[in-house]
Design a binder for this molecule. Structure first.
Ligand code: HEC
Ligand code: HEC
Ligand code: HEC
Length: 317
């Protein structure tokens, strides 16, 4: 489903010589397309023959809807987009390497093709670039555990890797992606790009985004148990704290710093009752985050999370 984006948002920048970059899951940071870089294959390529149920869920998610919103924008949205584009020196959202980082799934079939905006954020935005692992993870000739371990080492972000997935969510939802530098973020925010503080993993992932078609009944999109929600909540807070900590070092923009500080303080408060969190809170880093994630595995977190779990009626749809 290649949509032309020929309407107002794309009106001036067609035919630009700017090299498209490959984007997805934070794996690619270069501004020049190189033959050996990982790239996305698109939701249809994951869904088609294999993950049909997941594709169906995604199709009715806000990530998918977002593409049409920007493709056929209201006057108000057009104005907003144009102001932000101008601030980063571009005229076309689907061709601005800044915007495509977070708003689109840029796909192609082979390394030497030029990628194009196929949809809003999709499977590979959360699970990693398919070119790097698709054939490995689906190779039925290899034992399941073995091929999944290999796929993981090729960048697949597996469903059990909640902290890594949450770090991806935060990258886009809290403007923390390493690909977008502090100066660019400051320009976008000054031109009106939203910077919200409310993203929380349970609330945002258990509504229309939820796809959990697990054994024993793979026809059911299963709701999480309370213990699973508590673990998800804590891993989400760990990712939030780390992203906000990194964000604070990235830009001196007042609005951005204020938002990051709020997210940092919230996550600190929410994690303070988790056993063993002091080291990470005192000195946040990827290593200390992963150590804390490992240490909470299988633990009863009900005391630490308490009443903080969002009510299902507040889940984002
Ligand atoms: C770091 C990720 C990121 C980048 C880079 C980014 N956006 Fe966004 N953008 C988002 C997210 C996430 C939202 C949704 C805001 C929310 O609800 O939290 C959003 C929302 C918006 C909105 C508001 C939509 C509405 O309905 O009001 C506009 C306009 C927008 N982006 C334009 C742009 C443009 C233009 C660029 C490129 C110059 C860009 N964005 C780059 C993540 C990003
Ligand atoms: C917004 C991020 C996001 C997007 C987009 C996304 N996933 Fe997921 N996916 C997750 C998370 C989080 C889990 C973990 C679910 C759990 O265990 O609670 C998951 C779990 C899964 C699982 C295991 C559960 C199941 O349903 O079998 C599969 C397979 C999967 N995703 C495939 C896909 C495919 C295919 C797409 C695109 C059509 C997709 N995902 C889009 C975040 C995402
Ligand atoms: C590649 C960037 C990216 C990633 C990764 C990502 N999102 Fe999003 N998300 C967006 C953008 C962009 C929008 C839509 C903005 C718009 O349409 O204005 C959005 C919208 C949403 C919405 C609707 C927001 C609302 O206010 O109703 C939810 C819910 C959501 N995302 C949840 C998640 C969750 C949960 C994860 C991780 C499991 C995730 N997203 C990962 C970029 C991303």
């Amino acid at each position: 489903m290649q949509v032309s984006f020929s309407k107002r948002i794309a009106r001036v920048f067609r035919g630009s010589a700017l090299p498209l970059i490959l984007l997805s899951a934070g794996l690619v940071t270069s501004f020049s397309a190189q033959a050996d870089e990982n790239f996305s294959l698109g939701a249809a390529s994951c869904g088609g023959e294999c993950h049909e149920a997941e594709l169906e869920v995604w199709e009715s998610s806000p990530h998918n809807a977002s593409f049409n919103k920007f493709d056929d924008p209201s006057d108000e949205l057009t104005e907003k987009v144009e102001a932000i584009l101008e601030a980063v020196g571009s005229d076309d959202m689907t061709e601005s390497p800044v915007c495509t980082n977070c708003h689109f799934t840029m796909i192609k079939e082979t390394a030497d093709e030029e990628a194009f905006a196929d949809s809003g954020p999709s499977c590979e935005s959360c699970h990693g670039s398919g070119s790097a692992f698709r054939d490995i993870h689906s190779d039925q000739d290899v034992d399941y555990d073995q091929r999944m371990a290999k796929a993981e080492s090729h960048g697949m972000i597996r469903p059990n890797m909640k902290f890594e997935i949450a770090s991806n969510c935060n990258g886009c939802h809290a403007m923390a992606r390493p690909e977008v530098d502090g100066a660019t973020i400051a320009k976008m925010i000054d031109a009106g790009h939203p910077i919200k503080t409310e993203f929380e993993l349970v609330k945002y992932s258990q509504g229309s985004v939820r796809h959990r078609f697990y054994e024993p009944d793979t026809s059911v999109n299963a709701v999480m148990t309370k213990a699973e929600l508590e673990a998800l909540y804590v891993e989400g807070q760990i990712a939030q704290l780390l992203a906000a900590h990194q964000g604070l070092q990235k830009s001196a923009n007042d609005k951005y710093k204020t938002a990051m500080q709020i997210r940092l303080d919230d996550a600190k408060a929410n994690l303070s009752a988790v056993d063993g969190s002091a080291g990470f809170i005192g000195s946040p880093s990827l290593d200390s985050a992963k150590a804390l994630v490992k240490s909470i595995e299988g633990k009863d977190l009900s005391g630490a999370v308490g009443g903080k779990l969002p009510d299902p009626s507040d889940y984002k749809q």
